[in-house]
Structures are given as C-alpha cells and as structure tokens.
Write a protein that binds this ligand. Sequence first.
Ligand code: CUK
Ligand code: CUA
Length: 766
Amino acid sequence: MRMNHVLATLLATVSLGAFASSSAWSADTLQDVMKRRGLTEADVMAAAKTYTPTGKHDEFIVFSSGGQSGQVIVYGIPSMRILKYIGVFTPEPWQGYGFDEESKKVLQEGSKVDGREVLFGDTHHPAISETNGDTDGQFLFINDKNTPRIAVIDLKDFETKQIVKNPIMQSDHGGAFVSPNTEYVIEASQYPAPLGGEYVPLEQFNEKYRGAVTYWKFNRTKGRIEPENSFSIELPPYSQDLSDFGKGPSDGWSFTNSFCAERYVGGIERGRPPFEAGCSAKDVDFLHVVNWKKAEELVKAGKTKTINGMKVLPMDVAAKEGVLFLIPEPKSPHGSDVTPDGKYIIVAGKLDTHATVYSFEKIQAAIKAGKYSGKDDYGVPIIDLAAAVHKQVEVGLGPLHTQYDSKSCVAYTSIYVDSQVTKWDYCEGKVLDKLSVHYNIGHLMTMEGDTAHPKGKYLVALNKLAIDRFAPVGPLHPQNHQLIDISGDKMQLLYDMPLPLGEPHYAVAISTDRLKPSIRYPSGTNSRTDEKSPFAVRAGSEHTDKKPGKVEVFGTVIRSHITPEIIEANEGDEITVHFTNLERAEDETHGFAVSKHNVNLSLEPGKTVTATFKANKAGVYPYYCTEFCSALHLEMEGYLLVKPANYKGGAAAAGKAGVNYTKADYDARVKANIDTQGVIDGVVGYITSVNFKDFPQAVALVEDATDQLNFAKSSKEKSEEFAKKQDWNNAMLWAEQWFQYQVKAADIGLRAKTHLEQNGAKKVQK
Ligand code: CUK
Ligand code: CUA
C-alpha cells in the first residue's frame, strides 16, 4: 500500500494548502529579532531592499563571468540568488555539457587546439546582444582570455551553441563586446605574439610580434558567428586591453586601449627588470581608435591578407586608409567605456588617479583637420591628448572600469587601490560621492549599464578579495559581489554575495522581462543545433539495433521509466544510446547515468541526446535517472548487461526473477486501481470545469497526464488478458503498472489543479 500512501500525501498537500499555516511564525516582533541578531535599522532597511519573498522573481538577471571555471554564472538582483551555472568552455555534468555527443561537438569545436585538448577557460567579459544599443535578451557572448575564443549562448535555453577559436591570437582580453545592432562581436588580443602562432625569437619583438583586434560577424537569424565573414586588424605590439563599440554618433567606431606601449620584454631570471617595471615606465600608453565600418569596406575590397583562414587588414593599410588612430592615455590604462549617448569614451589609468573623458566629436575634428602630433614607429597617426580630451577627473587611486547611471552624465568608476566606488559627473567633471567596498574592486556593473539606456537602481562591485567577509573556508576564498543601492544621491551598500566559482571579471545585467526563455523543446530536439534530432523516437517506437561490435539504442524517458530497461551487449561493443524525453510539463527533466562509464545525460522536456561509450569490461551495470522526477524516481532504472566473450550461459531471463503473485493479489490490486480512478476523475472533473485552456502550463500538464492515462488504459487491457489466462504473475504486474500510470496521471493532474487554483482559473459554462 506504499503507493496509496504517496497518493494520499499528494492529495493532502494540495487540498490543505499545507504551506499557508501561520503557526510557523514565532511570536517575535521585528525589534526582538533585531536585538537578538544585532541588526541596526540600516541593516533591516538593506534586508528589506534585497529580500525577495518566496515565489517572487528578481527584477534583473545577471550574467557573470565564471573566471577560471570557464562557465557563466547567472543570478538575480536584488536577491543575489544564484540561478544557474552555464557550461561554456568546461564540461558541466549536470547539464550533460561535454558528456552527450551533441554538446561535445560544441565544446570540442573550441577545445581541440593544435592536437591538444583545452578543458578550461579564463572567462572575462560577457555581453548580451543588442538592438539599437539596448540589450535585447536574445544571445550572450563571452571570451576566454587564455585560449582566445568566443562562445555564443542562446538565451532561449541558456545553452552554449558555438565556440569560435581565434586563429591569429595567442591570448585575448578586449572581448566580448557587441556593436549596437550586434553586427559584430569584438575580440582584442592581450599579450603580443606573432600573428598565426609561429616561433619568432623575442629579439624580434618590435618587428614580428603583433596585437590584433577581431570583428566576429554575427548572424542573428542563425544565432551563430560566421568566421568566413569575420575580419581582423593588425595592431602594434602594445598589449591591447579592453575594447568598446561606439554607439549613436560614434556608431561605426570602436575603441581599444593598451597598457604596454613601451613594448617591454621582461626576463627577470636573466637579470632584466620584470615586465611590471618595463610596462609602466612611460607616462602614457595608447588608445586605439578604429573606424570599423571603413575597415569592413576595405576588407570587402580585398585589401586583406589571410592568416590561418582569417582575413587580416594589415596595420600599414589601416593607418594609411584612415581606419586606425592612436591617442595617448595616462599611465597603465584599464577600462574603455563609451557613454550611453555615444559622445564620450572614458578610460581610467591604473597607476593614475584620473579618469580621462575623450570627446568623440573632438577626435573626429582632429582627424578631419589632419592634426596629428606625429606617428608611432609603425606609421599610425597619433592624435594629441589635449586635442581629444573633454575632461580629466581625479576619481581616486587605481581607477579601472566605468559604468553608467540612468541619470544623464552620471558615471561610476571602480577604484582598485582605494577599494572604492566613485560616483561622478563626466559632463561637468566633478566627483559626487564615494563608497568604500571590500576589498580591491575590479569591474563594477550597473543595470544595463553599458547600453544606450542604463536602468540605474543597483550597482554590483566585483571585488577581487573577500578576506574576512565570509566564514573562513581555507586559504582559497570565494569572490565577493557587493550589491549597492544607487537610487539616491548617496550610494548604500546592501549585500555581500560569495561566488565560489572562479574569479568573475565582468558581469552584465538585463531586466528580467526582456528575457523570454522557453520551458520545453519541440519533441525530439537536438538543443545544440536547434534542429530535430534524427535519433528522436516517439512513445511506442523505441528499438535497439545491433551490428557486430555495435549496439545502438533509440529510447525514451518519461515518468517513471526508461525504455529500454535492459540493454545487452558483448564485451568490447561500442554502445550508443539516444534518449528522447517525452514530457511536456515544465521542469520535468530526467537524467541518464550508467554506472562506471562516465555517462551522464540531462534530458529536459522534449530534448533528444546521445551518449557513445565502450563496454570494455564484462559485468552488470545499473543505469538510472539522476533527477528526482517523481515518487517512483528510484525505480527509473535499468541494467546494462555486458557479456564476456564466449559466454556460454543462457540468455538473460529477467522474467524469471522476482516473487510469484496469486489471484488474491491481482484482485486486491484491481480494486485499489478502481478507487484511484475515482480520485483521478475528480481532478479531471475540476480541470475541465474551469478555463484551463487559457493556461499554457496547465495545458502541457493535461497533455502529459493524458499520455499517462492512455498508458494506464493499455496496461489495464494487458492485465485483463493475462487474468483471462489465469497467468496471475503477469496479470498482477500489469495491474501494478496500470496503477503506476494512474499515480503519475494523478500527480500531474494535481499539479495542473494547483496551478489553476493559484492563478485564478474561472469556472466555465458547460
Ligand atoms: S579585466 Cu579583470 S578587473 Cu579582464 Cu575586464 Cu578589469
Ligand atoms: Cu526521471 Cu528520475
């Protein structure tokens, strides 16, 4: 009677509204709690600003770089609740990423490098696709600094769809950032190296080492980058750093700074001063100003050379044709951030106390007038700093990155050495407020803060050190994202969130309502190509194909069984399993894992995935579902039987295992099933008495429940046939299966009923 008990519990949970009880609260007043926990009024205010009651959603969604984890971290603001880690450059077993063949293909596009396998990434800068300079919530891009690559994530399902490797760079940094209509995704190199990757001695650094900036063409309809339509521009070996695209009046231009125009090469072990001394010796580095629209024309006109399949516009052509210009920027700059109106570019100097505001209009005037202070060693024209600057503002020691407010002219700059955020006015050039953070802030982020229309409200400080902010967990500390309220004149620190997964350099936020993720795939979808999988099967057409040395399973999963439940193979066979999740209901994901074979799949509703593995050792290997998907989740199991070569025993005889049942067992089971049907009819009666068709979630659940009831019906028929033959064992087992389908139908039906009740379904006239 175990299952009757489960059913009874389900019913009780729904009908009694078990969670609404007020007796769960103690008699404490707010004052009591504040006193006991040592909270000030400001603490309680901060809590009230971040607390998000159960069931309520966050106003903004953040995509944060996952640093060395090679992943993307998704969390909500203001609650700072982590929602997901997206596998990008690193295998992620929960999502089956890098385990199923479909996602392996995506990962390996990027991870196979010169015959090596690179299974980590140093993610730095995520960027959301934009339309007219505003985030549109369709795609996310992120770069890997270590092995220069850009990944494309589709925000329909938050899955990585493509990784493109940069064929001419050895490292990158200034990416990913998008042009105002996502025509291009920019990626600038970091450490200079010969373009294309060949060996050149360091003595030829000035002549042969180069930087570059790549403009990856993005095809929005396909949702993929097109390497064949992308291009790069060769740059001097100045250690390029961050980039940004112009917008509005500066659309068509991009800006990339650099931190080692000294072109210094260290060698501390050879008695030379280290890189850090040589790269900061001079007072200025260079901001690279690029007319990418013009570069695009020159590329179309064939003015490029091809390196490893990448079209590269040579530096001398770029300089001569008015594509590339340099402007000095103060000491070891970092950050290159175009203002929302596109009129200014703000660059901060890590070893300076100033942020420099460059005027795009002044830059254009200098270019038009041909007024240059000279050329660099590579013939690139240099625009005089004084001619291009709008303001220089003393914001604090070690300024890095700048983000913008919804209030015009208001910017926030992260101050690394002083561990502060400085709020300032870049139009007037004056500091408005400063707030201390903990500790050593890197990037900072405001809501949609690098778009044409920032939303203000909140700022997150992405701090480099946590030190004492959290309970100690050993020498390796979590990162700390601090949430700051910027809605008033004074900034107010609200919340510390530990991020235990790599060092997130940058993050971007989007209003939650701009995201429109799907909740299921069309049945049989390969989610990595967004196409129908050729390996998908429907319920009832599951089958296994055997060829010498190969076993190929075309199976399905649905609450609560895997079809097939027994897979037989011979030692040494290559086994391929394709599974389709037949569910339609929201969040009904099943997993599939095989003991000891490094197989773990994630099957979201409608998805089809494949695993290929070698059955290299004879034995008995259970396989099972890894998501607790229903009351009988533990029974969602099966056996992989791998027979040794020359096995002489009989065939696998699953039917002979187990206990024997009698007519009495059968009769009792049937009686209980008929009672259960009464409960189901009640639920069905309720659902059909209201306007459930107006609720897509309820419709999906009803469809799933109908499937289960049809399965129940066919099991019932089978049990009756066996009963006629007085085969009580089979009659009883099919009657039990009939009941299992009823339980699942009831479970799904009750979820539909709850959903309808909670969302105000109305009675309909019959
Ligand atoms: S970087 Cu890390 S703090 Cu890679 Cu954008 Cu500035
Ligand atoms: Cu399916 Cu657990």
